[in-house]
Design a protein around this ligand. Structure first.
Ligand SMILES: [Mn+2]
Length: 312
């Protein structure tokens, strides 16, 4: 950890990196580090390779600073919540500090700070700040809370225990605007997402004695609803609360006709292992992957179902 602090102190221009199609944890972690670096009077940039950011996350501090071009004068980058190098969306020429909580993280980068026991990357950061006696201001506390809230699925995930709430108590004491986070992350919904829900509910298939919920979303569905890719995930997660469902699979056509896959499980089935067969990764209960080779939704669905039904 001291090496990380040392390297940060030496740097002149630092870029914080949120991963491609960033979620709350990645953006919030980058936001908290951005604030911390400003307190050190460093030149800081906020990079995310994705062109568009989910509008419900734009309440996070410094989101107006996010750019999709990587500054050439940077001498240090810090990636947050990026499980693999490809999630960065950029080839780096400078040193990299890799901060994450994915068990599948392969420690790419010059220095790595990975703790898979943490519920979110923001919790890894909280521990890092505490250990190094770095004070957590209101902006940092709000961002750190946002990551815990979203990655714990609103405190519903299995990993949540008393220590999660103790952490939340500390963050609220430090001034976290938890009401703002709760409203935007848990409740905000765009018209597009609202319309997409209806399409996904209607087209859901229940297979394998209704243990597997499958959603196939076409480009046409995305266009008709006006939704963005991330909007599919909340419906996917909701389906796990159907009594019989143990695994939920989402396959969505990307505009370039590659397929984006997402898996969720509420049993011991480790979906990150299935995702890794397609070059993806994630956590035991939530994982993702991209299928680059030409394949229809139906073909991908059959292949995935074979793999999942072997495991349950
Ligand atoms: Mn995360």
């Amino acid at each position: 950890m001291n090496k990380i602090i040392e390297r940060i102190n030496q740097a002149k221009h630092i870029v914080v990196i949120a991963h491609l199609t960033p979620d709350a944890d990645s953006l919030a972690s980058a936001s908290a580090v951005y604030t911390y670096l400003l307190t050190l009077h460093k030149k800081v940039s906020f990079f995310c390779a994705s062109k568009s950011i989910n509008p419900k996350l734009l309440f996070l501090p410094w989101s107006e600073k996010i750019r999709d071009s990587f500054p050439s004068s940077a001498d240090l980058a810090i990636s947050l919540d990026c499980g693999t190098r490809s999630r960065l969306g950029v080839e780096l020429k400078c040193d990299l500090i890799n901060i994450d909580h994915h068990a599948s993280n392969d420690k790419f980068g010059t220095f790595s700070l990975i703790d898979s026991k943490c519920i979110s990357t923001t919790q890894v950061l909280y521990n890092f700040f505490k250990f190094n006696k770095i004070s957590i201001n209101k902006k940092m506390a709000t961002a750190l809370y946002a990551g815990v809230l979203d990655d714990s699925n609103g405190f519903l995930s299995d990993e949540v225990d008393g220590t999660t709430f103790a952490l939340v108590q500390e963050l609220i004491a430090a001034g976290a605007d938890f009401k703002l986070c709760n409203k935007y992350i848990m409740k905000y919904i765009s018209l597009g997402a609202f319309r997409l829900k209806a399409i996904m509910h209607k087209n859901m298939c229940l297979l394998h004695n209704a243990k597997i919920a499958v959603f196939c979303v076409t480009q046409e569905d995305m266009k008709t609803s006006g939704a963005i890719g991330e909007d599919c995930e909340s419906v996917l997660e909701e389906s796990l609360y159907l009594k019989s469902v143990e695994v939920a699979l989402l396959l969505r056509e990307n505009p370039d006709f590659t397929l984006k896959g997402s898996l969720r499980s509420n049993t011991l089935l480790d979906v990150s292992k299935i995702a890794s067969k397609f070059g993806g990764g994630g956590h035991t209960s939530r994982a993702g992957f991209v299928i680059e080779k030409p394949m229809t939704l139906e073909e991908a669905k059959i292949e995935l179902l074979k793999l999942i039904s072997k495991e349950i």
